[in-house]
Design a binder for this molecule. Structure first.
Ligand SMILES: [Zn+2]
Length: 280
């Protein structure tokens, strides 16, 4: 499953709580050659050497991306993107055999990171963070995060009114007006907002814009509160309890609201499951 804004936030907050102030004693990389080939991990693995002896200032997230900031002007950027796991260990007994990065801390605790699909593991100097595509994409202060205090209905509404693209490209992908939403979250949101994915942002009524804003807020907050999506595991291995209102699990099902059969539509480079009666 894709790790999106809610899951990245859950992991970053747990990591911040457990790891802040800890010193990195050593690292261990394995099975990373394929990741390097497709640009998912530093070309030179010696870059990770600079994390050693670094003390963790804080761990934070924005959009889908997690940043572990060290006091020695280094950062570890983790983007689980289309799938991955980050676990915390207080004993070697729980260490998994499969991982890409393992960090050992001075107090004997450990962290393991494994990507199960496309994603990013990068050790970077703070000055070079802009070289990271995912960091540039999600930590760009000019693109609001739906969890920012400044992300109000008024500001969102203004963005929508001046945008004549389809909702999908307005909310998801490289030209999105907010960070952190993927195709999966999008299906869930527009079902709740009762909107068709091909509607143009500028053509929405004020009420429809309000429904869309509320659906984004509700989905994110519920998903954070329920410890992420049901396929997600947090830092301690606890499974998420959030089931999206709409998505691939609704294939061959009927709409829970009106009993119409759920349809699958190809929109902007991905499939969207939807109810053509409710979503207009
Ligand atoms: Zn329906």
């Amino acid at each position: 499953m894709s790790v999106e804004l809610p899951e990245a936030k859950i992991l970053a907050e747990q990591m911040n709580k457990e790891l802040r102030g800890k010193c990195i004693e050593s690292y261990h990389l394995q099975d990373y050659e394929r990741l390097q080939k497709i640009g998912m991990l530093n070309k030179d693995v010696n870059d990770f050497e600079q994390l050693v002896k670094g003390e963790i200032d804080f761990v934070t997230s924005r959009g889908n991306v997690i940043r572990m900031k060290l006091h020695n002007e280094m950062s570890l950027i983790l983007g689980l993107e289309y799938g991955g796991k980050i676990f915390y260990h207080t004993t070697v007994k729980t260490l998994p055999t499969k991982f890409h990065l393992q960090l050992h801390f001075c107090d004997g605790t450990m962290l393991t990171v494994r990507l199960t699909s496309m994603g990013i593991i990068q050790a970077l100097k703070d000055d070079d963070l802009e070289h990271s595509y995912v960091f540039r994409r999600d930590f760009n202060p000019e693109v609001p995060s739906p969890l920012d205090e400044t992300f109000t209905f008024q500001s969102f509404s203004k963005h929508l009114m001046h945008n004549n693209r389809m909702l999908k490209s307005v909310l998801v992908g490289k030209d999105a007006i907010i960070v952190g939403l993927s195709n999966s979250a999008f299906q869930d949101i527009i079902f709740r907002a009762k909107l068709h994915p091909k509607r143009k942002a500028s053509e929405l009524t004020r009420n429809e814009r309000r429904s869309l804003y509320d659906a984004i807020q509700l989905m994110l907050r519920e998903r954070i509160q329920l410890n992420g999506k049901y396929q997600f595991y947090d830092l301690y291995g606890q499974q998420g309890r959030y089931t999206p209102a709409m998505g691939p699990h609704m294939k061959r099902q009927v709409c829970p609201v009106c009993r119409t059969s759920i349809e699958k539509l190809h929109v902007g480079g991905g499939y969207i499951y939807l109810c053509l009666t409710c979503q207009v």
